[in-house]
Write a protein that binds this ligand. Sequence first.
Ligand code: NAP
Length: 302
Amino acid sequence: MEPLSISIIGAGPAGLSAAIYARRAGLAVTVWEKTAPGGQMNNTPSIENYPGVPDVGGFELGDKMRAQAAGAGAEFRSSEIQGVDLSGERPMLLTKDGGHECGALILAMGASPRKLDIAGEARLAGRGVSYCAVCDGYFFKGQDVAVIGGGNTALGDALYLSGICQSVTIVHRRNEFRGEAYLSKQVIAKPNIRLLLSAVPEEITGEKKVGALRVRMLEKGETQELLLSAVFAAVGSVPSTHLVRGKLALDDYGYILAGEDTRTSHPAVFAAGDIRKKELRQIITAAADGAVAATMAAHYLN
Ligand code: NAP
């Protein structure tokens, strides 16, 4: 019989940090990830606030964390978890190859990009509508694009795209940014970034690919049509908790109710990173959660 181990779902900073700490606690660790390790870091062009590495690409930081976890002996399985059975004492993961019982389970699935929920978005997704500037920006080299949102992601994406595209218009629904001042200063200083504030996106148009974005200007009540080739949505994220809905206590927004100790409503299940109800969702807080979750899981197993 397979020895009981800790399973970690998700290989972003929370999951990878948990894997490193769990291995150092002497536990067998399996990390389950459906795509490439790194999580949302892979969508972040440049990270300037992770201590010790003042300016690092998100992909590069994720790759280093993965290599560290693999070097510590964590096993990586590239498989989408299709279900989680939490009805018994031991969590059971359901994959296309069958069930996998674990001694303890760390949920670190993070969050996925929130949709704009406007006309044309779904139809033109992948044809100029994108949720990842780092992944898709290069396809729009020398062209005019828009970034929707006013948080750190939108500001960082606009800066990144300004180095590739002819012009970037930031469309934000309020007249001040939610993102940090150091980023907005850089944005304002870029000659090819234009700000369209108090502006709400209403429709993305184009037959086979994006051709324009219609926005409503809140102060004047009029609409404007921006001719462009791509719309990058950066309007926050929603927790990836569909596997545990109805099985663990969640808050009204779908985040797992777990405190700083990462304990959930199931004794063998711990929640780390953006998936947990918390005040600050950053790489460093996700990594910190991973360390706590692995330590709590080790205590639980002992
Ligand atoms: P966020 O901070 O939640 O910002 C989302 C932005 O989208 C807000 O400006 C919001 O407007 C706007 N928005 C939301 N729904 C919208 C809609 N339906 N239509 C139009 N606009 C909409 O999300 P985020 O920027 O992805 O950042 C998430 C977390 O990650 C934050 O804690 C952030 O600091 C962190 N982060 C850090 C870094 C970094 O440090 N390098 C990089 C990226 C993200 P309102 O402002 O009006 O609500």
